[in-house]
Design a protein. Structure first.
Length: 230
């Protein structure tokens, strides 16, 4: 019996649908938040409503709305008639994030063993991407990929509550990660090596070694909180 080939029916092309822009306040919020996370707006920078309105192309009213939202997230501090101060990352914030990451990620690393093939493939893919970003000097991109590497391990456990808790750390992790990579460029190479070691332990099915490596990897940030650099 011959195979019957079915060809798609050509339909008349529809007119292009106009792309709607997000609301003005949402555009300002995204602009400022991304600037804070990738260090275009570093800690201690004073932002004014007028400058932000001009940068995004909006009026000052949505700027105020966006800044209030960012203040609630702890990224800026509003000063009436002066502007918004980008808050630097504090030692206490670093310590709090590290402690939370330790609790979640060590549990996740143990639970990830035996690691499914899909998780191992995804971690390998992210590791190769981070290597390429590091080689290109894309530190902001490398910080995002670093965060994704760890998030994949957390999500692999299937605990939605822990995954949501971990996701709440995302912005703080990205901001700290970019700052660390800029301040300690040698840390990029160490991060890649440590990610390879974690991946190797998961592939070998060695839960205790994976937990030990995650503890060492994440714990390095605690030295920043105490002012110890190595």
């Amino acid at each position: 019996m011959r195979t019957r080939c079915i060809y798609p029916v050509r339909m008349p092309s529809a007119p292009p649908v106009p792309v709607r822009q997000p609301p003005a306040a949402e555009r300002v919020y995204a602009h400022v938040k991304q600037g804070v996370l990738d260090r275009r707006y570093e800690g201690g920078t004073l932002l004014t409503e007028g400058e932000l309105a001009d940068a995004v192309g909006v009026s000052r009213t949505p700027v105020r709305e966006a800044l209030l939202r960012l203040e609630a997230e702890g990224l800026i501090k509003l000063y009436p008639k002066k502007g918004a101060l980008v808050l630097p990352v504090s030692a206490q914030e670093i310590a709090d994030v590290v402690e939370t990451r330790m609790l979640v990620e060590e549990h996740a690393a143990r639970k990830a063993v035996p690691a499914p093939a899909g998780l191992l493939a995804r971690l390998e893919e992210l590791l190769e991407l981070q290597k390429a970003q590091a080689a290109a000097g894309d530190l902001a991109g490398a910080a995002v990929t670093d965060r994704c590497f760890h998030a994949e391990i957390v999500r692999s456990g299937g605990n939605e509550i822990l995954s949501r808790l971990y996701d709440q750390l995302r912005d703080r992790q990205l901001r700290m990660g970019v700052a660390v990579l800029h301040s300690h460029p040698d840390r990029v190479a160490k991060t890649l090596v440590e990610h390879e070691e974690i991946l190797r332990a998961l592939r070998a099915g060695d839960a205790e070694d994976a937990v030990r490596l995650v503890h060492r990897h994440v714990g390095w940030f605690s030295h920043l909180a105490r002012g110890e650099l190595r």
